[in-house]
Design a binder for this molecule. Structure first.
Ligand code: CDP
Length: 267
């Protein structure tokens, strides 16, 4: 593969980004809930070219026992990138970055969970990045909160997340890999839409106070949109089909009952 070349600009003369998006436009997002048979809950997210699967187990007995918390469940998050998920093969051993992102994701999700309902237990979240193209920590939070809901872990609400960044002096929502690498900075954030509480706010690069406040407003808007997509994905997985007029359910019932009556008459 030829080495990546730094683009001359990230915002063109028309004010559009390298993939043609407007500054406030998200990448296409696809969620699917209940994708893994073995897990108690699972979900995947495709956000542009970023592709992540999250699996949830528990609440269940915690091993090793010395990690046990007497007043609440321990939320154990393991974020890992597949060796083939990035252009340069990633070493299989857990990196410092993966450990840090695991902790960041756990802290972003904890406020939405009723962990105090399950003292001494553990809720395990395994997150596997299949393909990374920027924004993996936020995409992972989006998928993990859906997997938690799928597992039936009691939650106050889902937790949508997105990064807002700066490229060529313009604030942009949902950074792709090149924008992440060559932009002037990014602000990953996650919110609880029910209460408008922010559960993740990080900053890389420099922003003025006004830029940061505007970035947060843009991020909150984007998170609310992602929240709608998360709810749609849950509805798709759980909504049962309402009987329509075309369904011949009633006719079948009549036929069955009719036969039962005939049998009954013969007896
Ligand atoms: O993914 P996120 O933006 O949350 O975290 P990051 O540490 O800021 O990484 C930004 C991006 O760099 C990732 O999404 C990947 O696309 C890329 N990356 C990579 O190419 N190789 C790595 N070993 C780690 C990250």
């Amino acid at each position: 593969m030829s080495p990546e070349v730094k683009p001359d600009f990230l915002i063109n003369a028309e004010g559009l980004r390298i993939d043609g998006r407007r500054p406030d436009e998200l990448r296409p997002i696809e969620f699917k809930v209940g994708v893994l048979k073995q897990a108690d809950g699972s979900a995947y997210i495709k956000q542009g070219k970023t592709f992540i699967i999250a699996a949830v187990y528990g609440p269940r007995e915690l091993h090793p026992r010395h990690l046990t918390l007497s007043d609440r469940a321990y939320l154990r998050v393991v974020y890992r990138m597949a060796t083939f998920s990035v252009p340069d093969r990633k070493k299989p051993a857990p990196s410092r970055r993966e450990r840090e992102i695991s902790m960041v994701i756990a802290n972003a999700l904890k406020p939405a969970l009723f962990l105090e309902d399950f003292p001494k237990a553990v809720v395990d979240i395994f997150i596997q990045v299949i393909q990374a193209d920027g924004g993996t920590r936020c995409a992972a939070i989006n998928a993990a909160s859906l997997a938690l809901a799928d597992a039936g872990v009691p939650m106050k609400c889902l937790v949508p997340a997105v990064a807002v960044g700066k490229a060529d002096g313009t604030l942009i929502v949902d950074l792709g890999d090149q924008e992440d690498k060559y932009g002037e900075g990014d602000v990953p954030m996650a919110i609880m839409p029910l209460t408008d509480e922010i559960t993740l706010l990080q900053q890389d690069g420099s922003f003025t106070r006004e830029e940061l406040l505007e970035a947060m407003q843009m991020g909150i808007q984007a998170c609310k949109y992602i929240h709608e997509l998360q709810k749609d994905a849950l509805m798709k997985a759980y909504a049962t089909k309402a009987p329509s007029e075309d369904d011949d359910f009633d006719d079948d019932m009549e036929t069955d009952l009719g036969e039962a009556e005939i049998i009954g008459e013969e007896d």
